[in-house]
Write a protein that binds this ligand. Sequence first.
Ligand code: PEP
Length: 251
Amino acid sequence: MRKKIVAGNWKMNMTTAEATALVNALKEDLANFRDVEVVLCPPFTALATVSELVHDTHLDLGAQNMHWAKNGAYTGEISAGMLRELYCHYVILGHSERRQYFGETDAIVNRKTQAALASSLHPIVCVGETLQEREAGKVEEVITTQVQGSLAGLSAKELLDSVIAYEPVWAIGTGKTATSDQAQEVHALIRQILTKAYDATVAQGVRIQYGGSVKPSNAKELFSMPDIDGGLIGGAALDAKSFIDIVRAAV
Ligand code: PEP
């Protein structure tokens, strides 16, 4: 039985003061909540603050990106070890905004994924097609390429330590959500790809989140689909009440 996981991707939002207010509001409701795994992914500058605020709760901490190298001359970058030092347990990798604006390829995402796992961080590996690709009937081809490329070389244990986030690019920050049937279809496809690459038991054990304009009003229906194991939430994660309602919809 896969435990549902809901992660909030705050993107480039929240000063440390704003982060403190948001986490304190979340803690009022979710500090002792165990039914769903809840991960907060603030920007790098708020990680230390949020880490302190959540250390005595069941809320978990994640980052939004990292470099694959352990250290060195990579100005502006952050390593897995630095994230671990702040008690981060998750890291989002290959988000479509990283792929689109920062040129991240499947090969880069794969190097980062391997590096995260080597440092005992759980990668949340994002995949998803653009609207153009969907309209051209290329969903299966694009998702297969991204899943195989981003997760290349992972052992079964490493795969089970990872989370996959299916985020159709056309649904991110647009208010357009995939219908629960559209999302379920791609989640089932991802499980089928993993069954071929590993086996059915491994594929059934991997958690696959849906992301793309998840709101309190659509979360329950999405999360009730058989292959959807929670959500990666952007805009709605910045508002305490919305995020709490989404987390509770995953029970
Ligand atoms: C995201 O950025 O991962 C995301 C799903 O954003 P939103 O919920 O705002 O569409």
